[in-house]
Design a protein around this ligand. Structure first.
Ligand code: AMP
Ligand code: MN
Ligand code: MN
Ligand code: MN
Length: 282
């Protein structure tokens, strides 16, 4: 089964419309797709309609920004009701701090000689409610500060570097409850990307499961091959469902295209098996 259950459109920090992402996923052989924009489900009905028109199965999706142990963690929600009022309100609250944060980021960048970054980043924003660091990175490439967005994230916008602003996102418990109460499955996104100590990582998995979280991304564009093995072991140890997703944002920027990842390792239960009744067929 070619499932791609993690990617972004211009409703958050991707560059393609939900329809164009659907088209690309289908062209690349994806059979079950989910659009998982950051903190935003405004693209869900368009994504589902586009998938349906292409004959592709669809699961509603979202990637929620969470603060856990003073670090940012992403939780993917799959198969929930996209019209659930508590989910919609929770995500609106989570998005709410982004403009203030972006203005503070721009002030910090101005102090190191990069003025006008808020207005510059806004040119790249597809949804005024969702200004993200990715939009700043694209602007900083445009004006020649760096040659690509990855370099921006090495030299700016991350902890200890200019343009980083501490931010409180949703609580882990809230994010998991919004997803589960709306009928979905919560999944820890790209666990290999967090700089957690082994103890912190164990605490994340333990608390997440105790709250009702059930899944973990094993095969993602953010993991190395060694990490596929490590998180496959963790999924078995914690008796969790395994997910697979490219985290595609843009044809030029993303090194992993939609639907091109290897299959999940063996002896794992794919998250889509547990979500079979939630899959929206064309
Ligand atoms: P934000 O939600 O505003 O903090 O932005 C987070 C987004 O920044 C992530 O979803 C990625 O799309 C992007 N990002 C974070 N770190 C990197 C990196 N090292 N290289 C490229 N993009 C990154
Ligand atoms: Mn992103
Ligand atoms: Mn993420
Ligand atoms: Mn993502």
């Amino acid at each position: 089964m070619n499932a791609d259950l993690h990617c972004h459109s211009n409703v958050s920090d991707g560059t393609l419309s939900p329809e164009a992402v659907a088209e690309r996923a289908h062209r690349n052989g994806v059979q079950l797709w989910s659009l998982t924009d950051h903190d935003e489900i405004g693209g869900q009905h368009r994504a589902r309609a586009a998938a349906s028109a292409l004959g592709m199965d669809y699961l509603p999706g979202v990637e929620i920004s969470v603060t856990f142990a003073n670090k940012t963690v992403h939780i993917v929600g799959l198969g929930f009701d996209p019209d659930d009022p508590a989910m919609c309100q929770g995500l609106a609250d989570t998005r709410g701090g982004r403009e203030r944060r972006a203005r503070d980021m721009a002030d910090d960048l101005a102090r190191v000689g990069i003025p006008g970054a808020f207005e510059g980043a806004l040119k790249y924003v597809g949804n005024p409610d969702l200004i993200s660091r990715t939009h700043f990175a694209r602007y900083m490439v445009e004006i020649g500060i760096c040659t690509d967005p990855h370099e921006v994230f090495r030299r700016y916008l991350v902890e200890g570097k200019p343009g980083f602003v501490e931010h409180r996102w949703a609580k882990l418990s809230d994010a998991v409850h919004w997803i589960v109460d709306a009928g979905g499955v919560a999944v820890i996104a790209h666990p290999g990307r967090y700089d957690f100590t082994p103890n912190e990582e164990f605490a994340l998995f333990t608390e997440f499961k105790a709250l009702g979280g059930r899944g973990v991304e094993v095969v993602t564009g953010s993991h190395t091959v060694a990490e596929y093995g490590k998180y496959a072991d963790m999924a078995r140890e914690f008796d969790m469902l395994a997910s697979r997703g490219s985290d595609f944002h843009d044809p030029a920027e993303s090194h992993t295209d939609l639907g091109t990842l290897p299959d999940l390792p063996g002896q794992l239960t794919p998250v889509w098996e547990a979500l079979a009744s939630r899959v929206l067929h064309p």
